[in-house]
Design a protein around this ligand. Structure first.
Ligand code: B1M
Length: 209
């Protein structure tokens, strides 16, 4: 119950109610929220992406799948954001300029909140200037940058450069993530850390404190 095969067809058909029901059923059957994500919803979305890449499905299906996935995330949100204790610091986070993908970033936000972090979520398509303004306004300990497109990864570098230019770089630890991002790329652009998924983002930020 709650495996990727079960989620794939209702995701592709944009059947939010079915995806939400399957998510709830998996939780009721004793699966953890993390398992439903890592063994069900996330690989099913990965398969949607593969089919899109191979020309088997098109943008409308991907959009419907994204909407249904967001429905399931609303079910998981109260569980993932249940804070586990002491304040861990403030994180300003967003998906970089030109990039509208926010599902993974939203998951990172939920896991960080669950991990006790205060999160200022700037949303998607966030320019370097907006990151700088948010750091000036909120004085966070951390900045999190997400990118899902190879073409927008360069905005991560631009954001780090803008923080440097504004004299804010030394004040914050910057972590980056998203499907095309690698540890090597993170090092190349001068980020402090890289996380491959939402759970490791929490571990990474804790290690940087
Ligand atoms: Co788009 N898309 N998309 N898309 N889309 C991808 C990313 C793609 C890989 C699909 C493919 O071709 N196989 C491809 C990118 C190719 C590339 O650059 N190499 C692609 C493309 C091409 C595009 C468009 C250009 C398509 C077009 O218009 N022709 C277009 C671009 C729009 C734009 O951004 N300007 C586009 C549009 C869209 C939709 C709007 C329809 C929709 C997004 C809806 C939304 O997010 N609100 C969409 C979707 C849904 C996808 C796929 C299918 C699924 C993404 C997703 O939500 N995955 C995706 C295929 C894929 O990824 N396999 C694809 C589930 C999510 C939980 O995983 O986001 O990877 P992910 O997040 C993970 C980790 O990456 C990590 O933790 C998360 C949770 O574990 N993580 C972080 C993410 N951010 C992090 C930050 C951190 C740490 C970890 O620290 C700060």
């Amino acid at each position: 119950m709650g495996d990727a095969r079960a989620f794939l067809e209702p995701l592709l058909a944009g059947e939010t109610e079915t995806v939400v029901r399957l998510t709830q059923e998996a939780l009721d059957a004793g699966r953890s929220a993390e398992e439903v994500l890592s063994q069900g919803l996330i690989p099913a979305m990965g398969e949607v992406g593969e089919r899109f890449k191979n020309g088997e499905v098109f943008i409308p299906e991907v959009m419907l799948a994204a909407r249904a996935m967001k429905g399931a995330m609303e079910v998981l949100k109260p569980i993932l954001t249940r804070s586990s204790g002491a304040a861990a610091g403030t994180v300003v986070i967003g998906t970089v300029k030109g990039d509208l993908h926010d599902i993974g970033k939203n998951l990172v936000v939920m896991m960080l909140e669950g991990g006790g972090f205060e999160v200022v979520d700037l949303g998607a398509d966030v320019s370097a200037e907006r990151f700088v303004a948010a750091v000036q306004a909120h004085r966070p300990a951390f900045v999190g940058l997400s990118a899902l497109l190879t073409t927008t990864m360069k905005e991560m570098r631009q954001t780090i450069l803008a923080l440097e230019k504004a004299g804010l770089r030394a004040e914050v630890r910057v972590i980056v993530g998203g499907a095309p991002v690698t540890e090597r790329f993170a090092a190349e652009i001068g980020a402090d850390g890289y996380a491959s998924d939402a759970t490791s983002a929490v571990t990474m930020l804790r290690s940087l404190r």
